[in-house]
Design a protein around this ligand. Sequence first.
Ligand code: ADP
Ligand code: MG
Length: 712
Amino acid sequence: MNDMTSGAAGQRDTVEDLRTILSPRGVALVGATDDVSKFGGRALRYLLRHGFEGGIYPINPSRTEVLGLPCFPSIAAIGKTVDVALLLVPGRHLLSAVEECGAAGLRGAIVVTSDFAEAGAEGARRQEELVAAGRRAGVRLIGPNCLGFVNPARKLALSSSVALAVDRLPCGAIGMVSQSGSVMASMLSHAYDDGSGFSVCATVGNQADIDACDFIDYFAEDPATRVVCAYLEGVTDGARLIASASRCRAAGKPLLIVKSGRTAAGAAIAQSHTASLAGSYEVLEAVCRRHSAVLLDDPENMIKTAEFLAAYGVPRTDGIAALTPSGGTAAITGDRISAAGLRLAEPNASTVAKLRAIFGTTRHVNPLDVGGMPADKMMEAAVRPIEIFAADPDVGTIAVAIATSPALEKKAAEWSQAAEHCSKPVMFVVTPGSVLDPVRKVLRDHGRPYCNTMDQAIAVLRASAAATTGEGADVPVRPTDMPHPVEAARALQPGRLLEPEAKLLLSAAGIPVTREMVARDVDAAVEFAETLGGPVVLKIVSREIVHKSDIGGVKVGLGGEGAVRAGWDGIMASVATHAPEAKLEGLLVQEMAGAATEMIVGARWDPQFGPTVLVGMGGVQVELIRDVRIALAPLSPGQAADLVRTLRLWPLLDGYRGRPKADMEALCDALACLSWLVADLDGRLTDIEINPLFVREAGKGVLAVDARGVLA
Ligand code: ADP
Ligand code: MG
């Protein structure tokens, strides 16, 4: 990270630089040519085609004219104000080109050339040289390995993307930054087809200097941008992404993110370890939930959502009211919305009365089938419900599913007008088939965004609901009675922790743990068992053995001396067979905990985002069930409760089929304590996991029965 981007003042500078770079007075094309098979030929052609009104200066020492424009031998030779250069030269000429930009007082340069950090260590070294050259010259760099940007309001295309071979640049309120050039191209083309558009659409490639977060900060401030989109391949600095998300939130602009690399996390989930369960995509999801950013699966759904939010703003609540002129489509729409876990609004008595006045008493109200009405009432019946639903406080979004029915083009026109004047967002979905092309045209002509499949509509509804129902970024205040575990950690050696060591940390953080002692020989074990009283558990203690029961290293329910001696011998025999090399510290003699719901509760220091916690249904089936949720740490007991309630198996804790309700208060306190433990240790505790945490019935508390961890 260079010094111009660090700190709040640095950020300000970058946003200011971007303002100049994105709205330049003049642009230089270094490496301009009239050969359209080359980057330089296409870029110049698009620049001319879209009518940029600032100065356009081709640079090429071996030409005097390119495409009818005078061509300059160098930037210095231009003699007019130029703010940005598009560098379309081979790698070996780049450093001198950047120096030339600096000497001529340019604010920025776009580096299209590839073969840098993405091509290995040697490329990374060249990239560092490039950044250093930019810094020396006082020139901010976009790229390398990028495809430039488009500023439609300025009629400016500084890119060689073939998506620019169109008659106009799609202008609108979506600010988009992409690490990939072809994702930008696809978004441009998509917006062009849909009749939507961008305030700026930019690529950052390897983002060696100006990065995606700088663009997000720019968009948060830019008055022409109402919705911000980012396609990211890597998040190097989590704190900066969070800061940028906060800026968008403060500006009231939804931030939509597509992040690739999800399957690596998916593969990691297949492992049962905490570190893997807390794979970074899940952490990013947690970050987005906390900071009201919206994570989507693919760029197409992102642009569709952005079009919808740019047209209508963020829905005020998550309730959806659906209407359609087809009974079949009404049923499908209701099914799809519910199955997606979205919420159908529950219209109040006044809404129901108004709808009954039009449709009679037998019709289902939401989703509402507005078809099958007599000709004289048909149009009013189709259109009035939009306004009626909009007046209902439980309705956040109105979904209109358009399927074939009489007078459809007229209906579409009236729906469009109603949507334009509606106080709430109206989401159109046109059912597939060319028979509805005239309807699509009507919607486009009215500037109404629409989806072409129910899948897409559901994705957009889900994303806009997520923009509505962010967790809230409140950082919990540290409770005054919360113990400080830092002292306890100081006594421990770096590396893998033994079960009793991990429990020392948990106990210091205020989490109840089993009573236990490490015995070096069987006689000591018998003595400890008597001291504990009641049946006991024996467990192997070794840094080299992570999954104790897998190798027969756990014996539970040992009552009396004979059972303890037999248990000891059994474990020793198992270890001799399955882990003969393992260095043993002895056996743990532990109190036997009474039956309870077994959960997994863990915390991890994420390399990008810092402290995180996880909670899920535990025990030996944890990998099979994969019912785990992750959140940023620290969190309050209230935030912990919200997280636990999102578990699929939450009903098991909440009195499912006559089971006693679990002690939620104790569980949430334990989660909060653990979240402070990992936060307080500030990176020293790489990861810690309680599996199982025994959660007893309400009022009876929790108990950490097994624990492991790693200190850095
Ligand atoms: P590991 O996960 O390393 O195999 P655990 O200590 O978690 O070993 O023990 C395996 C299982 O044995 C636990 O999931 C739990 O069901 C049971 N168990 C372990 N310790 C106790 C205990 N003190 N009281 C009751 N059950 C226990
Ligand atoms: Mg365990």
